[in-house]
Design a binder for this molecule. Structure first.
Ligand SMILES: CC(C)(COP(=O)([O-])OP(=O)([O-])OC[C@H]1O[C@@H](n2cnc3c(N)ncnc32)[C@H](O)[C@@H]1OP(=O)([O-])[O-])[C@@H](O)C(=O)NCCC(=O)NCCSC(=O)C[C@@](C)(O)CC(=O)[O-]
Length: 352
């Protein structure tokens, strides 16, 4: 009954948006190319307890921009009393807007926001920064990220509202983004396990939400295993359910946390299903403040190493990336969680 409903909505979606843009079509139409969305500066840092100087955050973004990464989620416009670490995201956006891109490749910077207030705060910086730019051609590409979740309990903890209310809050964001021609990605958290409702999150619920978000105009859905509870069979089942609901692989990104050490295995399941966009954080930084016990995102270095070993292209320079992972781990006084990053550096240092 539920899957019938989802299929019906997918048919409506296809009819309504025959030419809808996707992120993936621009960058990863070739089957041997994988697009990495680096979420370290946002997802990676938001849970750090000590206050991180804005200069360090900016340096992280700048260093990542030198590695060949093309998409970086650089901060969020959420309530500072909920996530104090992200309170200076506007300064990072200001910096990005006033600095002519020095990176070897064009970079897209994404900004997470939950509601109208977040949008207004973002726009006040973006509009003044964009208008002062002399050369529109060299202006950085900017995109927005919105977020909801597959369970009511997590949505309440994360955004103090129901799932339905979270979608309602996105409407003005979506409308304004369309006027401004800004792309919007939408996260669905706890898609493979919820800290409050357990591991058996209904994949049909995730598919139904994905369809609703695409119908609202989202350009990409990032399906997030916030707790790292996802397993290979349940990842495969979720992806099949999304496909059956009419959600195309080009509409999807996968966002794995590595709490149970399953993130790479689940990424391979995603690859085999045909997904070509994956989120990760350098050095395995991260954790959601509203998912107790969840550890970091899958390390970008581990994902890149794995994809390269399979003959896939990411455009990322593994050595440069590994240096960034080691540097930021040192700055934060944490262990570098990337095994491939540490091994790469050990090799370089042996040779030099
Ligand atoms: C959604 C709210 C704002 C509701 O929070 P609320 O307290 O219900 O909101 P409110 O409307 O009652 O407002 C309370 C105060 O917050 C202010 N406020 C309200 N909105 C904003 C805003 N955007 N920016 C700045 N300030 C804001 C508002 O102005 C007011 O200020 P006061 O009058 O008390 O001085 C809050 O719950 C919130 O900010 N939650 C964000 C939580 C968050 O950032 N979680 C982590 C990101 S999601 C994630 O990590 C998962 C993901 C994406 O990585 C994927 C995955 O792995 O699952």
């Amino acid at each position: 009954m539920q899957s019938k409903l989802v299929c019906l909505r997918a048919a409506r979606l296809a009819a309504r948006h025959p030419c809808r843009r996707t992120f993936a079509t621009a960058t990863s139409t070739r089957n041997d190319h994988v697009r990495i969305v680096e979420v370290g500066p946002r997802d990676g840092l938001q849970n750090e307890k000590q206050s991180i100087p804005v200069a360090t955050k900016i340096e992280l973004v700048d260093r990542l921009a030198q590695t060949g990464l093309r998409t970086i989620e650089a901060g969020s416009f959420v309530a500072p009393k909920w996530v104090p670490q992200m309170a200076n995201s506007s300064e990072i956006l200001e910096y990005i807007l006033r600095t002519t891109a020095q990176s070897p490749q064009p970079i897209t910077y994404q900004w997470l926001l939950p509601n109208r207030k977040g949008l207004d705060n973002f726009l006040s910086v973006w509009e003044s920064g964009s208008s002062s730019q002399q050369d529109a051609a060299s202006a950085p590409s900017i995109e927005l990220s919105i977020f909801t979740a597959a369970t009511e309990a997590f949505t309440q903890k994360n955004t103090n509202c129901s799932v339905a209310e979270s979608l309602h809050r996105f409407q003005p964001i979506m409308a304004r983004a369309k006027e401004l021609d800004l792309k919007v990605r939408a996260y669905i958290s706890v898609a493979l396990g919820c800290p409050y409702e357990g591991p058996n999150v209904d994949p049909h619920k995730v598919a139904e939400l994905a369809v609703s978000l695409l119908e609202m105009g989202a350009d990409e859905i990032s399906v997030a295993d916030t707790t790292g509870m996802g397993t290979a069979p349940r990842t495969a089942e979720l992806l099949k359910t999304l496909t059956a609901a009419g959600v195309e692989n080009n509409d999807l990104a996968l966002h794995f946390h590595d709490t149970y050490g399953q993130a790479l295995v689940n990424s391979i399941v995603g690859l085999e299903h045909g997904i070509r966009t994956f989120d990760s954080a350098v050095g395995g930084l991260g954790g959601c403040p509203f998912s107790p016990g969840a550890t970091g995102n899958v390390a970008t270095e581990d994902l890149v190493h794995c994809f390269h070993s399979l003959g896939l292209k990411t455009g990322v320079d593994m050595e440069k990336l590994s240096e960034v992972g080691e540097w930021i781990s040192g700055e934060l006084g944490r262990t570098n969680e990337s095994r491939a990053g540490k091994a790469t550096l050990a090799q370089i240092r042996k040779i030099v």
